[in-house]
Design a protein around this ligand. Structure first.
Ligand code: URA
Ligand code: CA
Length: 433
């Protein structure tokens, strides 16, 4: 096979075979095919798209480019959740114990935050003693015994995706549905799950700015899942404003605990129940989303989800008493209320910029090497559609530095007012096939 022929084939809009796609991915991973030829074929894909079969072959070729996690020692159907990235998105911390409380195994591989989005591991590390550096044996034992464990990224998963993503970044080919969909799905499949629930975010703070784009991406990923034998469902949810009220690691941990107790923000609760219902159906513990939702509501009401969370924290070295005494979580020295400069209805809280404001306080990393401050962040006091009066608190900044003028300026830039505003729809679409 010659790479130049494959570039020409894709340029002319023809379908590549499984063997051809494997040749490309394999050759690129090994360094046999140069960046310039891959750049050319990426651009050809950008313009000519890929068929469902091509997308599935590309996904599996990327899965096979590196290590895969073998979860076969864990009993039951392993369902994983993936979000395309949001601000203040604490759903994983709510979902995992919720679903585990229904005896569904949650074997979660998580990451740290970078840029304006947070990471589940950072949030968990706000619990004194908690760590994700556990052996694979312990990981599997905890999930089999208690149905839930979280581990950091291990192994060399999908090296082809890492190389391709970096190249796409500098060749203006990131924004192509077949490439995004296969990139995300390859990582989830390599992490060993049997079934996948996707939370595709849309709005100012999201990768997919419009509902139409988000739906295209969601349908592409659900289709790939079907093609490669991993049942997949998706939700398209709003990220025009941060999810819940809290942004920041310990602050979000507390918000997750409140939500598991049934006292959390409405949007975080609703999204957790909806994504959780899909996980329960895919795990074959319920036939319908409605039935699943009832089961999830029950483990919130009877305290089983919260109990599950405590067991999980204890297994991984953390202090479970923070669940009943969240005041034991790290707390910032300064709490600074930011008042509204005018009266009106909130019309915008630009999610990604709020994430940046939180990062400026030290809650997030600008580069992978940065240290973060687990205590700091921002708590919203109102959301889009809420009425506020001049002088009322818009947000409270939790900071360990006294002077936060730059952050306050940024927050004012993010929040707009109008005369009358409806609160945005949280869930735009539920895609089950
Ligand atoms: N996120 C990914 O993981 N891959 C993409 O290609 C885009 C967003
Ligand atoms: Ca939140």
């Amino acid at each position: 096979m010659r790479m130049v022929d494959l570039i020409e084939k894709k340029r002319e809009g023809h379908e590549l075979t499984k063997a051809e796609i494997q040749f490309i991915i394999d050759g690129y991973t090994k360094g046999d095919i140069p960046d310039y030829q891959i750049s050319a074929i990426l651009m050809a894909v950008y313009f000519n798209d890929m068929t469902d079969q091509e997308r599935a072959h590309l996904t599996m070729a990327m899965v096979e480019s590196g290590d895969t996690i073998d979860l076969s020692a864990i009993h039951g159907i392993k369902v994983d959740k993936h979000s395309t990235g949001g601000v203040g998105d604490t759903t994983t911390l709510v979902l995992a114990p919720l679903v585990a409380a229904l005896d569904i195994p949650v074997a979660k591989m998580s990451g740290r935050g970078l840029g304006h989005t947070g990471g589940t591991i950072d949030k968990l590390e706000s619990i004194d003693g908690f760590h994700v550096e556990i052996s694979t044996n312990d990981f599997i034992e905890y999930v089999n015994r208690d149905k839930m464990a979280v581990i950091g990224q291990t192994g060399n998963l999908t090296p082809a995706d890492k190389k391709l993503y970096a190249l796409r970044d500098v060749t203006a080919t990131v924004n192509a549905i077949p490439l995004i969909a296969s990139s995300i799905m390859s990582k989830k499949i390599a992490a060993g799950s049997d079934a996948i629930v996707l939370d595709v975010k849309t709005g100012a703070g999201a990768f997919m700015k419009t509902i139409e784009e988000a739906e295209q991406l969601a349908r592409a990923m659900v289709k790939i899942g079907q093609e490669v034998g991993r049942q997949t469902m998706a939700v398209i949810s709003d990220m025009s404003q941060p999810l819940g009220y809290a942004i920041g690691n310990a602050l979000e941990m507390k918000e997750a605990i409140d939500t598991l107790r049934g006292e959390g923000p409405e949007d975080l609760t609703e999204l957790s129940l909806l994504l959780g219902s899909q996980m329960v159906v895919l795990a074959k513990k319920a036939d319908t989303l409605e039935e699943a939702r009832g089961m999830l509501q029950e483990v919130i009401d009877n305290g089983k989800a919260l109990e599950k969370f405590k067991v999980f924290i204890k297994n991984q070295g953390g202090d479970p008493s923070i669940v009943d005494q969240p005041e034991k979580l790290p707390e910032a020295t300064y709490k600074i209320d930011v008042p509204a400069k005018q009266s009106g209805y909130i019309s915008k809280i630009v999610a990604d910029e709020m994430g940046v404001a939180s990062m400026l306080l030290g809650a997030g990393r600008a580069t992978k090497e940065d240290d973060i401050d687990l205590a700091v962040g921002i708590v919203l006091k109102a959301k889009i559609g809420d009425e506020v009066k001049e002088g009322e608190t818009l947000v409270t900044i939790h900071s360990n530095q006294e002077n936060v003028d730059d952050v306050i300026g940024k927050i004012y830039d993010c929040i707009s007012f109008a005369d009358a505003v409806e609160s945005p729809k949280l869930v735009h679409k539920v895609i089950t096939e």
